[in-house]
Design a protein around this ligand. Structure first.
Ligand SMILES: [Zn+2]
Length: 143
């Protein structure tokens, strides 16, 4: 259990403003996580970041709701004791008005201390005003 409350501190996704200052959770992913119905993430990167924050905060309902219905799993299990260490957005590609890809690296440490680097290229699709996570391809570790 972390003593840090991410809901009052910097956003878990690590987004910074134009002066490189961390943006607070409430002004970043919190807007989408805490008001899914009325505040859709405006673009694929924002949705990707909010899903990372949802993993950090173990918000399974948000992860399921933001997953496209065609690929959505029945439930989400969080591995106990995992500590998320950070998110690094590598690239964003807008394919057309309703399709986008985001490549990212997320780092985590398991309860036994094993560090894992998750490198994925994720696909997103927009329906109406809302972006959804479709699926992702894991990238092979470089080197
Ligand atoms: Zn955020």
């Amino acid at each position: 259990m972390s003593a840090i409350d991410p809901t009052t501190g910097p956003c878990p996704c690590g987004r910074t403003d134009r002066r490189d200052k961390p943006i607070g959770y409430a002004l970043c992913c919190g807007r989408y996580l805490d008001d899914f119905e009325n505040t859709p993430a405006p673009d694929a990167e924002s949705l990707m970041r909010s899903r990372y924050s949802a993993f950090v905060l173990e918000r399974g309902e948000y992860l399921l709701a933001s997953w496209h219905a065609s690929r959505r799993p029945a439930s989400i299990e969080f591995e106990p004791g995992v500590k998320w260490l950070g998110l690094d957005i590598r690239s964003r590609s807008v394919l057309d008005a309703d399709h986008a890809e985001v490549e990212f690296v997320a780092r985590q440490r398991s309860s036994t201390g094993t560090a894992t680097r998750l490198h994925e290229r994720s696909r997103f699709v927009r329906e109406g005003e809302r972006w959804y996570y479709l699926e992702g391809d894991l990238q092979q570790p470089a080197g």
